[in-house]
Design a protein around this ligand. Structure first.
Ligand code: GUN
Length: 288
C-alpha cells in the first residue's frame, strides 16, 4: 500500500483563495479589510520565517497585517502596553504574539492580556476553555487546520481511535479537545508514556507533535491509518523532516501529510480564517 497524500499546501491555497474572495466581498459591500497584528520579540530565526510566511499569506488574501518587531531585551510591561494599544485599535481584528518569547517575559501573562475577542491564535484561557466545553470561539490554528485536513479524507472521525503524541498548549492539548468534539476516542501520549509503539499501533489517526526527527517508526503505524505529522525538524544534512518516518509510514497508512507541505501551510491559512471570522464578528449587526 502507498498512502494518499494529504496535500496541506493545496488545501491551504484553496482556503486562502476563499478568504481572498470573502475579503473582496467585504470591501465591495462597504466593510473594512480584516486586520491582523503580529508581534515578534527578538531574533529567533525560525520565528522570523514563520512570521514572514504569515505576512505573505495576509498579503495574498487581502488581510492587512501590522508587524511589530521588538528588541530581544524588551521588558514585559512594554509588550503588555503594546497589546493594550492593539486591543483598543478598531482596525485590528486579530493579535498574535509569536512564541517562544525571550525568557524575561512570562508568555502566560502575555497571552492572557490579549483581548479574547481578538485572540486569532486561540491560546487565551478563555478560548481554550470554550473549546474544552465545545462552545464557539477562536480555535488554535494548527489543530483547527488539522481538522480541516481530516475532514478532506472523508473518513468517519466519530468512534475512531486517535493517538496524539505531544501535550503542548499549542498543538497536543487543543488537538485532543478538537478530536473529542467530533466523538473520536482520544489518547494523549507524552514523554512519560509507556509502550508508545503499541498505543500508536492501535490508532486509526496518529497526530505526531513531538519535535524529534523521524521519532515515529513506519512499522508502528496500523495499516489504513491516517498519519498527521506536525514536526518540522532540520537534519544535520540541512533537510527538513517531520516527526514520522515518512517513507516507512507511507507503506502502511491510507493517508499521510508530507513535511514540508502538510500541516505548516494549514496553520497559516487557518490563522487567516480566524482573523476573517473575528472581523465578521465585529461588523455591525445588519452586516453579519
Ligand atoms: N510558535 C509556534 N507555533 C506558533 C503559533 O501557532 N502561534 C504563535 N503565536 N506562535 C507559535
Amino acid at each position: 500500500m502507498s498512502a494518499n497524500i494529504l496535500d496541506g499546501k493545496q488545501v491551504a491555497a484553496e482556503l486562502i483563495e476563499d478568504i481572498r474572495q470573502a475579503v473582496q466581498h467585504r470591501l465591495a459591500t462597504g466593510r473594512r479589510a480584516p486586520g491582523l497584528a503580529m508581534i515578534l520579540v527578538g531574533d529567533n530565526p525560525a520565528s522570523r520565517v514563520y512570521v514572514s510566511n504569515k505576512e505573505r499569506a495576509c498579503a495574498r488574501s487581502g488581510i492587512r497585517s501590522f508587524l511589530h518587531i521588538l528588541a530581544p531585551d524588551t521588558g514585559q510591561s512594554d509588550l503588555l502596553d503594546l497589546i493594550q494599544t492593539l486591543n483598543a485599535d478598531p482596525e485590528v481584528d486579530g493579535i498574535l504574539v509569536q512564541l517562544p518569547l525571550p525568557t524575561q517575559i512570562d508568555s502566560g501573562a502575555v497571552i492572557e492580556h490579549i483581548d479574547p475577542a481578538k485572540d486569532a491564535d486561540g491560546f487565551h484561557p478563555y478560548n481554550m476553555g470554550r473549546l474544552a466545553l465545545s462552545l464557539p470561539g477562536f480555535r488554535p490554528c494548527t489543530p483547527r487546520g488539522i481538522m480541516t485536513l481530516l475532514e478532506r479524507t472523508g473518513l468517519p472521525l466519530a468512534g475512531s481511535d486517535a493517538v496524539i503524541i505531544g501535550r503542548s498548549n499549542i498543538v497536543g492539548r487543543p488537538m485532543a479537545l478538537e478530536l473529542l468534539r467530533v466523538d473520536a476516542t482520544v489518547t494523549v501520549c507524552h514523554s512519560r508514556t509507556r509502550d508508545l509503539d503499541r498505543k500508536v499501533a492501535g490508532a486509526d489517526i496518529v497526530v505526531a507533535a513531538v519535535g524529534r526527527a523521524q521519532f515515529v517508526a513506519g512499522d508502528w503505524i496500523k495499516r489504513g491509518a491516517t498519519v498527521i505529522d506536525v514536526g518540522m525538524n532540520h537534519t544535520a544534512a540541512g533537510t527538513l523532516v517531520g516527526d514520522v518516518d515518512f517513507a516507512g509510514a507511507s507503506r502502511r497508512a491510507a493517508w499521510i501529510t508530507p513535511v514540508p507541505g502538510g500541516v505548516g501551510p494549514m496553520t497559516v491559512a487557518t490563522l487567516l480564517q480566524n482573523t476573517l471570522d473575528s472581523a465578521a464578528a465585529r461588523d455591525p449587526l445588519e452586516n453579519r
